[in-house]
Design a protein around this ligand. Sequence first.
Ligand code: CP
Length: 320
Amino acid sequence: MTNFLSLADVSNIDALIQSGLDAKANPFADQHLGKNKTIGMIFFNSSLRTRMSTQKAAQNLGMNVMTMNVGQDSWGLEMEEGVLMNGDKAEHVREAAAVMGRYCNIIGIRAFAELKDRDKDYREQVMHQFAKYARVPIVNLESATRHPLQSLADCITIEEAKLKSSLIPARPKVVLTWLPHFKPLPQAVANSFSEWMNARDVEFVITHPEGYELAPEFVGNARVTHNQDEAFEGADFIYGKNWSSYAHYGQVLTQDSSWAVTMADLRLTNNGKFMHCLPVRRNLKVADEVLDSPQSLVIEQAANREWSAQAVLKEILITM
Ligand code: CP
């Protein structure tokens, strides 16, 4: 693996999931791989899980870690080519990425969608500019359209739950449900989860209010319904997430609280497990009773971020 920008960079998902499970069972087995290697983690946006889990994973592999918040710790970065830099961004990505590529063997980048210009966000300019100018492997720590480290952790969590419970079928029913929120959030987590579920042996259903259709390339072969109750019937996994509209780009079209997940909703499922990438606003998107129930996997899911990051970093390090 050279870059980890999306599922397209993964040659064998089953092997990558197993590598994550192996790392969980034996975290320090590959400490030699990262010796004298450095990962730089560049954040254009806030993070708790991605920042801590990726740092921990890199350290488990023996790597050195440097972290920077762009615009706070460093200069603001200009991404556009050929512009007159007379604004508030003091450094161009051409120099910044090239310099970071000299200090780091791998660079991880978090850069969310701005939700103003859909074409610009979906071009993934920040990831591609860093990949072009840094000349070292780039790891997506959540970009404008995808969050593949999260999706890999989600797959690890589903496989782990299947191993632990004989009640979950080999081909489980997995439902991605939109949740209400007053703020416009990116589609990245929902896009990515859909992309990865389309590549897994699951019955995959997406449910959301009208107007919240994801981009067709991410919906893939999923069944889409606007009836949340019908979607939940017999489900083994409920994956909750809010996202803003793709068609009416970046807009909040409804805040209908009936889409929040409660225990009454979970009772429609096959003792379904509840998943969410976190952070989650309690009782706005998901009821306390769900998050605090034995059916919630959210903490284990977040814990598995360490093992998804470790599997990906290992895959890159073995090519160096
Ligand atoms: N799920 C996730 O990526 O969490 P953070 O935004 O806290 O990193």
